[in-house]
Design a protein around this ligand. Structure first.
Ligand code: T4K
Length: 396
């Protein structure tokens, strides 16, 4: 039997939402200002290949991050691929498995083996203690992921990379506008890659950017994102088409004007969840360490301990989906349990990743979600756990 709004209502729960509540509903800036930019684009008839909107967008991102170079790209996955190639990485690169599959695929597509490493139980970031035992003569780099918009253990990773002559670089897909020790994420390692996908709190519909202080790396990437051209008819290197359009840059410039407001909304949403989830045993909000640091509060992440709640994460996800709350199980089950890696490396064992991936649930946030809706989501979670026996019967 399907548990739905009516079932919870019969049990005395509050009927939930008529509309779907998503994780990853886009935040959007001022529509008039976006249309004005698009008006200029129509007049110029310049749509891609390095137009004025793109140039200005790259300038503003570089300035915000405090780096010399920003190369906007069509998405972060291709940005990672370009960067891996431009860094000349070969053999093996150590990377967390607890990340979106694109991180691993970017390495694999460039002929580099992702060597999956476990994460820290508390931070969910790559665990520096697990890295050195994975280093072999074939290891060329470490790819950290600043998961959930929070920093990796940057200093520890850099120390290990330096000690073994490895290149450290970062997947910063979640992390624009967050800082670490007062420095913007984007300015660490050899280079970092942001995602500006629609589901990110700051978006350009599709898009991303590679940011670095390395002049020669930036020059290589600028060429390789445009087929390897240097000038009009001279191709000097391998390349692909990874260009961001003027349309995306127009959205990026518009959304940049509202980025502080998006963060304020996200932070207030996080606090609202914190208040309303407090006291539910077995439901732990993943804390955002933000003392004297800036955080974008992009994701609201909870861990469900089924031994305490009596209701597993997956059951809770089913119940919330039935109530139109489309929570997500990011990043279940971990890249090492997805193809082609599961078949290529069946021996990989990552106990902390497995544990965290089996417990994590990501809740809706952003400007499309109201505090009333958040309170109702928390009420649903509380109610489902309190009535777990009746609900478990209905689910079976
Ligand atoms: N590295 C990391 C660590 C990443 O998390 C990602 C991407 C990447 C690299 C690669 O970045 P990109 O190449 O994408 O720039 C979504 C995003 O597509 C993906 O960008 C993101 N991470 C990942 C965490 O989430 P899905 O498969 O969950 O997307 P989807 O289509 O299920 O959308 C999620 C929810 O958002 C849906 O419930 C509907 C809602 N939505 C989505 C879109 C596109 C909207 O309301 N409006 C929209 O326009 O991957």
């Amino acid at each position: 039997m399907k548990t739905n709004v009516t079932d919870l209502a019969i049990l005395g729960g509050r009927p939930a939402f008529a509309e779907l509540l998503h994780v990853g509903r886009p935040n959007l800036g001022d529509q008039e200002r976006f249309l004005a930019r698009i008006g200029g684009m129509f007049e110029r008839r310049w749509l891609s290949n390095g137009g004025p909107l793109l140039t200005e967008f790259e300038r503003q991102i570089a300035q915000m991050v405090g780096v010399r170079h920003c190369m906007a790209v069509s998405n972060a996955t291709v940005g990672l691929e370009l960067l891996i190639r431009a860094l000349g990485l070969q053999g093996e690169v150590i990377v967390p498995s607890f990340t979106f599959i694109a991180t691993a695929h970017a390495l694999h597509s460039q002929g580099v083996k992702p060597v999956f490493c476990d994460i820290d139980r508390d931070t969910h970031q790559l665990d520096p203690k697990c890295i050195e035992s994975l280093i072999t003569p074939r290891t060329s780099g470490i790819l950290g992921v600043h998961l959930w918009g929070q920093p990796s253990a940057v200093e520890e990773l850099q120390t290990i990379a330096d000690r073994h002559g490895l290149t450290l670089f970062f997947d910063a897909a979640h992390s624009i506008a967050s800082t670490h020790r007062g420095r913007a994420i984007g300015s660490f390692g050899a280079a970092e890659v942001f995602s500006f996908h629609a589901t990110k709190f700051f978006n350009t519909a599709e898009g991303g950017a590679i940011v670095t202080n390395d002049d020669s790396l930036a020059a290589k990437i600028a060429q390789s994102r445009q087929f390897g051209f240097s000038g009009v008819d001279s191709v000097v290197t391998w390349g692909t088409n990874a260009k961001m359009t003027e349309l995306s840059a127009a959205l990026g410039l518009t959304n940049l004007e509202s980025i502080d407001q998006f963060i304020e909304v996200n932070e207030a949403n996080f606090q609202c969840y914190k208040e309303n989830l407090s006291g539910i045993s077995g439901v732990t909000l993943h804390e955002v360490a933000c003392e004297s640091e800036r955080r974008n509060f992009q994701y609201v992440v909870v861990e469900i301990d089924a031994a305490v709640t009596g209701l597993g994460r997956d059951e809770l996800v089913r119940i919330l989906h039935a109530e139109n709350v489309l929570v997500r199980r990011y990043f279940f089950p971990g890249c090492h349990r997805m193809e082609p890696y599961r078949s290529l490396m069946p021996e990989v064992s990552l106990p902390v990743t497995d544990l965290v991936a089996s417990r994590v649930m990501v809740l809706p946030t952003g400007t499309a979600v109201s505090h009333d809706q958040i309170r109702t989501i928390c009420e649903l979670i509380r109610f489902a756990i309190a009535h777990r026996e009746a609900i478990a019967g209905a689910l079976s």
